[in-house]
Design a protein around this ligand. Structure first.
Ligand SMILES: [Zn+2]
Length: 223
């Protein structure tokens, strides 16, 4: 801002200040000293005027039709988080998974992680119980009826195909595991939000000690 002021000739500066004085409606409360140009006082006034102009320009630009057309829906998460979410499929040690592991460990349950020899590389394997557990992100694995199961507005066909592939793969893996005699639990990410991991760990613990072949967390009340 100050660089612009320095480059201004005295004449431009005085013209600008005269304009400002002749339009008191635009600059209410701003008293301009025309004698001191280009002294420190005038400089700060000029800075103020430029700021006014800049903010007006920003306002205009903000609502011009072209910028509205170019602008997309603001993302609800920052770029880094979005990038992590997009790369999240099949990733290990996600936050929901760590949260659940911690709660299960606290209950005295022990498990193996990410056994590649089993279909779908289950996140947790409870050999003692002949059971495996997947921690599924609601977005990627398409939790039906869940508010986290959103669909991106752009490239609809790409996402449809991708989601379809994910869901089929999950079904296939689950089928193979059950056929091989494993019991299968699916813990949806939404069940682990808002300190839900303790309740989820309790239910999983009960299931492990029970006889049911499958387990799935309920739809969280808010999603
Ligand atoms: Zn969900």
């Amino acid at each position: 801002m100050l660089t612009i002021v320095r480059e201004d000739s005295d004449r431009t500066l005085r013209t600008r200040m005269r304009t400002a004085n002749s339009r008191p409606d635009l600059h209410a409360g701003t008293r301009i000293d025309t004698r001191g140009a280009p002294g420190t006082g005038a400089r700060s006034v000029l800075t103020h005027l430029i700021m006014l102009n800049v903010s007006r320009e920003i306002r205009l630009r903000k609502y011009s039709s072209e910028s509205v057309r170019k602008r997309q829906m603001p993302d609800i998460v920052d770029k880094v988080t979005r990038s992590r979410m997009m790369a999240g499929i099949g990733s290990r040690d996600t936050v929901p998974e760590l949260v659940l592991r911690c709660a299960l460990h606290a209950r005295g349950l022990r498990y193996r992680l990410h056994d590649r020899n089993l279909p779908g590389t289950p996140d947790l394997v409870f050999r003692r119980f002949g059971a495996v557990c997947f921690v599924h992100g609601c977005f990627w694995h398409r939790h039906i009826g869940c508010s986290y199961t959103t669909t991106p507005a752009t490239r609809k066909e790409f996402w449809r195909a991708k989601f379809h592939a994910n869901v089929s793969r999950d079904r296939r893996n689950q089928h193979h595991l059950l056929e091989a005699g494993w019991r299968v639990a699916i813990v949806w990410e939404c069940a682990l939000r808002k300190q839900g991991e303790l309740q989820t760990a309790l239910m999983l613990d009960r299931w492990l000690h029970g006889v049911e072949r499958t387990f799935e967390t309920h739809l969280a009340s808010d999603g």
